[in-house]
Write a protein that binds this ligand. Sequence first.
Ligand code: ZN
Ligand code: ZN
Length: 152
Amino acid sequence: MKLYLSEITDTVKEKKIEDVPAGESFNYGATIKKSDVTATFYRAGETVSLLLKGGFEFETQCARCAADIAVETDASEEFYLFPEDKGDGVDYHYSGDHIDLAPFLNEFFVMNIPDPVFCDENCKGVCSICGIDLNDHDCNCESKISQVLEED
Ligand SMILES: [Zn+2]
Ligand SMILES: [Zn+2]
């Protein structure tokens, strides 16, 4: 989605971002399933303020047991954009007659998809020796190892 500079004035405006980057993967393979993000924008002199705010749902894998999980979250991120030749040392610039919102929406997701994500904060993960899912099963690998260590 594009914002034309001609529609960015000193009056605060809102636009719902309809595009969802379906199928694109973000941090650690997370994919966005749904997003309901609104762009709020205005101009103060040459500086454009862009606030992205809303909820989104992403799918990823638990960092401990690799189970597929879907996570819903809310976030907001504010960006300040300057004309290309202004604002030394600032991160965001605009040029031409419009601002493409796609890179800002991507950054919004990147900054708000946590890492690591767990299926449950008490997820026990998988055994690093036999690979069994310790949430569903028990194994005695650890006790075997400590026996070996004791025998040494
Ligand atoms: Zn897990
Ligand atoms: Zn094991």
